[in-house]
Ligand binder design. Structure first.
Ligand SMILES: Nc1ncnc2c1ncn2[C@@H]1O[C@H](COP(=O)(O)OP(=O)(O)OP(=O)(O)O)[C@@H](O)[C@H]1O
Ligand SMILES: [Mg+2]
Length: 558
């Protein structure tokens, strides 16, 4: 598991984790020191007559014998300095972990974005969102933080135990055997209980998220069909199952603390009994009690944290596996290039004997389709529903690869100049996506508002007739659209989508049933203006509407 965690991390992240580990080693040593210092301090109160500290530690660290005040002051300064250091370390620790989480989310999002379109057809968006937001959290906060804490606490325990063994070997041996046996059984039980819970948690989380997404994106149908209860109970299923899984994980994180407070106390009693049995003096017993008490004060929480961390790391194994699979094992060379390299001057688009079959389907969706579109032409595309028009558009845009046949732009295969080709296309899809932002931001879409091309914007607003639409809105272009564009009508959304495509100043406009929501007058107006600019913009129009097809120079049947 550790090797998988390391391979997910980048080189500088591994280095940072190493620094954290070194920091924890320092802190663990100081932690041990704060227990060890107690002996000499108490001894200095009693005078230097105990057999425990034969090395002259007292005079070495400069505590005058019998001076209680100086001894206690020294102890206070040491503990305050240690805790101050621990505070700074904790800050650095938290920062590193949360930065790691942010970086992993960012890398995974980038990874998903650089996949080809096929990948999205096969994936579920709720699953991808869950991986980007939750799984990376679990990886950073449970796996990485868990492992570092585990090492840190183990070091504290080993060092403190080492010191205790040094001053009281036999008693410690008896106590360790007692403690070890109980630890073994508790751990074995937790291991059985936590087996596979992580994967279950992820499964229920994704199912819940998917259900919520579906409900809100189809809220009108949900309300009208009165299916609120259906979606609520569907959500309840995964939600409460997830609650059960979370409970198991939580219990096994807090249980060790309760166990080990009891067992730790019993161990301390056994240790003292052994010491009394070995015939130690009253003074030695007091010093031992103070040291063991202080040791237990640190050991018990450390041991319970170790067990908590073990459960945390165990229950987060699925996150390591998922990130390893998605970021390392299936490493693809895909690197997206977001900007076009050079401008294509569109002259013609030639589709030759195109065949296409979806991997998941048995039959060809498109069979031997050929067409040639010249610059300035308006091509209408007609076919019955489900016959592959949208699929053809997706192929033309280079998002899917033909099963056979060729798509050439200016006699060049589109795959050889994909980004440049996509850069000159303005696409208005059948299902329009509008975000919960202003009309302006929706038109600019992926472009920043800082570099607004005013001329292109006015041109887009005019042709799409969005200028008419915003005239009646008090906030104009700055009107917000609402989630999924709920505050606008279907036709209004289509006009905004047309403006979005036009703002990119495309040389080829593809309209996939993009005006079905408009009234005949507005639709006709839009097409008349579009057709006027047809010497700058070539068009492929999918429509069932004869009035629209009348604007086309040529109509082909798929
Ligand atoms: N991701 C996919 N995997 C498998 N089959 C698909 C996928 N997407 C679409 N199809 C199938 O391909 C066929 C063509 O779909 P397409 O969306 O291209 O039709 P269309 O002509 O645009 O229909 P409409 O006029 O209703 O929009 C349909 O039978 C559809 O079921
Ligand atoms: Mg379609």
């Amino acid at each position: 598991m550790i090797s998988k965690v390391l391979s997910v991390l980048e080189v500088n992240q591994r280095r940072q984790i190493l620094y954290l580990l070194l920091g924890t080693i320092c802190l663990a040593t100081l932690e041990m020191g704060s227990v060890a210092i107690l002996g000499p301090v108490i001894q200095s109160i009693y005078g230097n007559s105990s057999k425990f500290f034969e090395i002259d530690l007292i005079s070495k660290i400069g505590i005058p014998q019998g001076n209680i005040f100086v001894a206690l002051l020294f102890l206070c300064i040491f503990v305050i300095a240690k805790n101050l250091l621990a505070y700074f370390f904790q800050r650095k620790f938290s920062k590193t972990i949360f930065q790691l989480k942010a970086n992993l989310s960012q890398r995974l999002f980038k990874k998903y974005l650089s996949q080809n379109y096929q990948f999205y057809l096969q994936s579920n968006s709720a699953d991808l969102i869950n991986n980007i937001s939750n799984v990376t959290s679990i990886f950073a906060q449970h796996s990485v933080m868990g492992i570092v804490n585990l090492i840190a606490d183990s070091l504290i325990v080993v060092l403190i135990l080492g010191y205790l063994f040094y001053i009281q070997p036999l008693g410690m041996l008896v106590a360790s055997i007692f403690f070890g046996v109980i630890l073994f059984f508790v751990n074995a039980k937790a291991k059985r209980a936590l087996d596979g819970v992580g994967f279950k948690r992820k499964e229920y989380e994704t199912a819940g998220l998917k259900n919520l997404q579906q409900t809100f994106s189809a809220i009108r149908e949900v309300k009208v069909s009165g299916s609120e209860d259906f979606f609520l109970s569907k959500y309840a299923l995964s939600n409460y199952k997830n609650a059960d899984v979370e409970t198991v994980i939580q219990i096994h994180q807090s249980l060790p603390k309760l166990w080990f407070e009891c067992v730790g106390l019993m161990t301390l009693v056994i240790l003292l009994m052994t010491t009394i049995y070995l015939g130690s003096s009253h003074e030695e017993l007091i010093i031992l009690l103070a040291i063991f008490g202080a040791a237990a004060f640190r050991l018990i929480p450390a041991v319970s944290r170790i067990l908590g961390s073990v459960q945390l790391v165990r229950s987060s194994q699925y996150a390591v596996q998922i990130l390893f699979d998605q970021m390392v094992a299936h490493e693809t060379e895909n690197e997206y290039i977001s900007v076009a390299q050079k401008k294509i001057i569109f002259s013609d688009l030639c589709i030759n004997n195109l065949c296409f079959k979806y991997p998941s389907s048995q039959e060809l969706t498109i069979t031997n389709f050929s067409v040639k579109v010249k610059r300035g032409e308006v091509l209408g595309l007609v076919a019955p529903s489900g016959s592959g028009k949208s699929t053809l558009i997706t192929l033309i845009m280079g998002l899917l690869n033909p099963t056979s046949g060729k798509i050439l732009v200016n006699d060049l295969n589109i795959t050889s100049c994909l980004k440049d080709w996509q850069g000159i296309i303005g696409y208005v899809p059948q299902n329009i996506y509008l975000s919960d932002e202003t009309i302006l931001e929706n038109i600019l879409f992926s472009k920043s508002t800082d570099v607004l091309n005013q001329q292109a914007l006015e041109y887009a607003l005019k042709i799409s007739k969005v200028d008419h639409l915003i005239k009646d809105l008090p906030e104009g272009l700055n009107t917000r659209l609402g989630d999924f564009g709920t505050r606008f009508s279907g036709g209004q959304k289509q006009r905004i989508a047309i403006a979005r495509a036009l703002y990119r100043q495309p040389q080829l406009m593809i309209l996939d049933e993009a005006t079905t929501g408009l009234d005949a007058q507005v639709e006709s107006d839009i097409f008349s203006t579009l057709v006027e600019i047809k010497y700058e913009v070539t068009m492929i129009v999918i429509s069932h509407n004869q009035a629209v097809l009348n604007h086309c120079d040529r109509v082909v049947y798929l």
